[in-house]
Design a protein around this ligand. Structure first.
Ligand code: HEM
Length: 526
C-alpha cells in the first residue's frame, strides 16, 4: 500500500494520530506516476474504464497530478458517502473561479457559508416563485404549447428539434432569473445559448481535468499563476471568455433591474428577490463577517447556524455568479434529457406507443398535462427514469471535496481529497438492471404495473450537493414529455418528432458547469 504523503491533506482529523502508527488503508488504484498522477494508467472514456476494470470495487483511488481523487463506483459507495456522511463530502475543489472574477461566489463550484446561504436563498426563492407549484407549471405549459404550435406550423418538414426545446427550457429559467423570456426576446441570448451548448457538447474531457490539476500542481496551488498560464491555451481561454461574457450579460440585466426596482413590491424574479434580501439588514461588523466567510469551508465556518442567510454575504458579483451557474446548470441538462427521451422513444416505438396510449387514456386530448397526472401515468414516469438511466447525462457527476478525514467502506480518505461518482457504472450494473443496454421502462414498474423507482438511479445525485434544480427539472421533463406523447383526436402525438431521420444526435453534454463531468455523444452508453 502506498503511504499517503500529499501536502496539507491530513490535518487534525479523525485518523491523523492513528496514522502515525499505521499506514492508511488504501482503496484499489490503477497506479500513478509522479507529477502526471494516474493519467497514463487510465483509458478514455474514464467512466467506462472504471466501470469495466473495477467492476467489483466500490471505491477506486486515482491521482490527478498529486491530488488524491476517489471514484465512488457503486450505488452503495455513493449513498455511504454523499448521504450517510453528507457534511463530510459536501466540499468542492478549489479550482480557478476566485481568480477569474476576483470574488468567491456562485452555487456550483464553491462551498462554505457563501455557498450555503446562496443555496438556501435560491431554494427558498424557487419555492416562493412556485417551483413545484402551479405558477411554474403554467409557465412550463405555456412554453411547451408555444413549442408545439411551432412544430405544428411546419407539417411534414424535417427539422432539428434541439433549438425549439432549448428555447423552451431556457425561457423557463429566464422567467425565473430575469422575469423575461429572453431566449425568445433577445437576439444576443441566442449567442449565449449556442456558446454553452457548444461548451457542453464536448467529448470525455477528463484529460483536460488531469491537465488542469497538473498545472495547478506545478504552480504550487497558486491559482492566479495557473490562470495566467492557462490563458495561453486556446481551448481554456475560450471557456474563460465565454464565462466572462455570460457574467457581463447578467450584470447588464441586473443594472436594468436596479433602475426599476420597487423595494415595497413583491419581487418579480430572482434578481429582485436578491435586491430585497440585500436591503434587509446591514452588517453589524462587515469586515469581520466577510473575512470569516471568505475563510471558506473550514470546519468552524461550516458550524455556523444553518439558517444564517446573512445579507452581507450577498452582493452583485455573487448574484451574477449564481445566475450564471443556474443558467448553465439548468438549461442544457434538461434540454438534453428531453432530446434523449425523444430519441429513445423513436428507437423504441412500442414504448412510445404504450406511453402515448397511457397519456391518451389518463389525460385525454382536451387539456394539457398537469403535475397531478404523474400519479396516474405510471408507464410515462417509468419511461422518464429509464431515459435517465440510459442517457446517464452526467456520468461522473461533479467533483466533491472531503472536509474532514474520514473512512468509507473500510478505506481511509484524508481531508481535502476529491471524490466523484461513477453513475455510468451504477446504471449499467447487469445484476441490478439485466441487459442494461436495452431501453426498458418496465424495469421501473412493479407487478401491478405501478411506477416503482429504483434507488440506484440518481440522475440528480444525493446529499447536500444534490442538484438544486431537481424539482424544476422533474416538472419540465414530465410536462414536456407528456406533451410530446399526447396527440389530438385527429393527429398523433409529437413524440414522433425525431422523424428527422432518427439520427437526431441527442448529444450528451450536461458537463457545462463541471470540468469533472464526462459525457458521451450520440448513442447512450449501452
Ligand atoms: C435533467 C436535468 C438535470 C440534471 C440531470 C442535473 C444533474 C445535476 C447533477 C448530477 C449535479 C451535481 C450534484 C453533485 O455534485 O453531487 C447538479 C448540480 C446542480 N444543479 Fe442540476 N441537473 C439538472 C437540472 C438542473 C436545473 C433545471 C437547475 C437550475 C434550476 C440545476 C441547478 C443545479 C445547481 C445549482 C447545482 C449545484 C448544486 C450545489 O453544488 O450545491 N440543475 N445537477
Amino acid at each position: 500500500l502506498r503511504r499517503y504523503t500529499g501536502s496539507g491533506s491530513v490535518q487534525n482529523g479523525k485518523f491523523s494520530s492513528r496514522r502515525r502508527t499505521r499506514r492508511l488503508i488504501e482503496a484499489p488504484s490503477p497506479g500513478s506516476f509522479p507529477l502526471l498522477g494516474s493519467l497514463l494508467h487510465v483509458r478514455h472514456p474514464l467512466y467506462k474504464f472504471l466501470a469495466e476494470k473495477f467492476s467489483r470495487n466500490d471505491v477506486v483511488l486515482l491521482y490527478f497530478g498529486s491530488q488524491r481523487v476517489y471514484c465512488l463506483n457503486s450505488a452503495r459507495a455513493i449513498r455511504e458517502a454523499y448521504s450517510a456522511q453528507a457534511e463530510v463530502f459536501a466540499g468542492r475543489p478549489k479550482l480557478l473561479g476566485d481568480s477569474l472574477v476576483g470574488e468567491t461566489g456562485g452555487l456550483v463550484f464553491i462551498d462554505g457559508p457563501i455557498w450555503r446561504d446562496y443555496r438556501r436563498f435560491t431554494l427558498r426563492t424557487l419555492r416562493d416563485f412556485g417551483f413545484g407549484k402551479s405558477f411554474t407549471e403554467a409557465s412550463i405549459l405555456e412554453e411547451a404549447q408555444l413549442m408545439r404550435e411551432e412544430i405544428e406550423s411546419r407539417p411534414g418538414e424535417k427539422f432539428d428539434s434541439s433549438k425549439l426545446i432549448s428555447t423552451a427550457v431556457s425561457n423557463v429559467i429566464c422567467r425565473f432569473l430575469f422575469g423575461r423570456r429572453l431566449a425568445s426576446e433577445d437576439s444576443k441570448f441566442e449567442l449565449l445559448q449556442n456558446t454553452f451548448a457548444k461548451l457542453t457538447q464536448e467529448k470525455d474531457n477528463i484529460s483536460e481535468l488531469f491537465a488542469l490539476f497538473i498545472v495547478l500542481n506545478l504552480c504550487g496551488g497558486r491559482q492566479k499563476l495557473a490562470l495566467k498560464l492557462l490563458q495561453y491555451v486556446p481551448e481554456a481561454k475560450k471557456v474563460f471568455d465565454n464565462f466572462l461574457y455570460l457574467l457581463a450579460y447578467c450584470k447588464n440585466i441586473t443594472a436594468e433591474h436596479r433602475d426599476n426596482f420597487l423595494p415595497n413590491c413583491q419581487p418579480r424574479d430572482y434578481i429582485e428577490a436578491h435586491m430585497l434580501h440585500c436591503s434587509r439588514r446591514e452588517p453589524e461588523n462587515p469586515s469581520t463577517e466577510d473575512s470569516d466567510a471568505d475563510a471558506d469551508s473550514s470546519s468552524q465556518a461550516n458550524k455556523k447556524p444553518l439558517n444564517s442567510q446573512q445579507p452581507w454575504l450577498f452582493n452583485d458579483t455573487r448574484l451574477c455568479l449564481a445566475m450564471a451557474d443556474l443558467f448553465v446548470a439548468g438549461s442544457d441538462t434538461t434540454t438534453t434529457t428531453i432530446r434523449w427521451a425523444l430519441l429513445l422513444f423513436h428507437q423504441n416505438p412500442h414504448c412510445y406507443q404504450l406511453a402515448s396510449e397511457e397519456v391518451g387514456r389518463e389525460i385525454g386530448f382536451d387539456r394539457p398535462p398537469t403535475m397531478k397526472d404523474r400519479l396516474v401515468c405510471h408507464y410515462l414516469q417509468a419511461s422518464i427514469d429509464e431515459v435517465h438511466r440510459c442517457a446517464c447525462l452526467v456520468p461522473l457527476g461533479l467533483l466533491h471535496r472531503t472536509l474532514e478525514d474520514t473512512s468509507l467502506l473500510g478505506y481511509d480518505i484524508p481531508k481535502d481529497s476529491l471524490t466523484f461518482v461513477n453513475q455510468y457504472s451504477v446504471n449499467n450494473n447487469a445484476e441490478v438492471f439485466p441487459q442494461p443496454e436495452r431501453f426498458c421502462p418496465e424495469r421501473f414498474l412493479d407487478g401491478e404495473g405501478r411506477y416503482s423507482p429504483s434507488d440506484h438511479v440518481m440522475p440528480f445525485s444525493t446529499g447536500k450537493r444534490a442538484c438544486l434544480g431537481e424539482s424544476l427539472a422533474r416538472m419540465e421533463l414530465f410536462l414536456i414529455i407528456a406533451g410530446c406523447c399526447s396527440g389530438t383526436k385527429d393527429r398523433g402525438g409529437i413524440g414522433d418528432w425525431p422523424r428527422s431521420g432518427g439520427r437526431s444526435r441527442a448529444s450528451n453534454n450536461a458537463r457545462g458547469y463541471s470540468s469533472s463531468t464526462t459525457v458521451h455523444s450520440e448513442i447512450p452508453p449501452r
